[in-house]
Design a protein around this ligand. Sequence first.
Ligand SMILES: Cc1ncc(C[n+]2csc(CCOP(=O)(O)OP(=O)(O)O)c2C)c(N)n1
Length: 180
Amino acid sequence: MIRYNAIQEIMNHITNELIICNIGFPCKELYQIKDREENFYMLGSMGLCSSIGLGIALSNPNKKVISIDGDGSILMNLATLVTIKNQNPKNYILIILDNGAYGSTGNQETYAKNTDLLKIIKSIGYKNAYEYEEIDFKKLLEKDYNEPVIIRYKIEPGNSKSPVIPLSPEEIKNRFMEKI
Ligand SMILES: Cc1ncc(C[n+]2csc(CCOP(=O)(O)OP(=O)(O)O)c2C)c(N)n1
């Protein structure tokens, strides 16, 4: 499975959750699969999708917030995992699409090829750390948790042919802010 199909699978279960999406192809693919005002397409700041999601989750405790991130971006900002754990937003779900590659820039291998991100996540103390293939994501979304959830979704490298998003950064930001 490549990223496009993984995002399709995730979006099959989404209702009114806020979604923050990783830079590059993930955003273009999410836009193509299911554009909605509740989607924030993060266009510039590699490594900060999970941090932006954390801020949105802390400031909107009554909404479920999902960040769709990548292994390369998590590796670029590993401290985010410790920060999220300590801030402990109960309404936050971080999904890491782990293709072992910097997919958006040409599938150069990342260290996630040899370093198990889920082991790192569990070692930080996350109780709700899962492999996507081992959970029922629909049921997970229906449940309430006392701590953040992190899901690693193992996929293959590969980009779709999704075009550039026809919205400016200002338009993306403004419609998302109005929605929340
Ligand atoms: C600080 C910084 N370094 C590099 C880039 C270039 N860049 C954009 S997306 C990307 C790859 C992201 O890889 P990953 O997070 O694993 O997501 P994937 O594209 O594989 O889904 C890179 C290197 C950038 N935008 N910002």
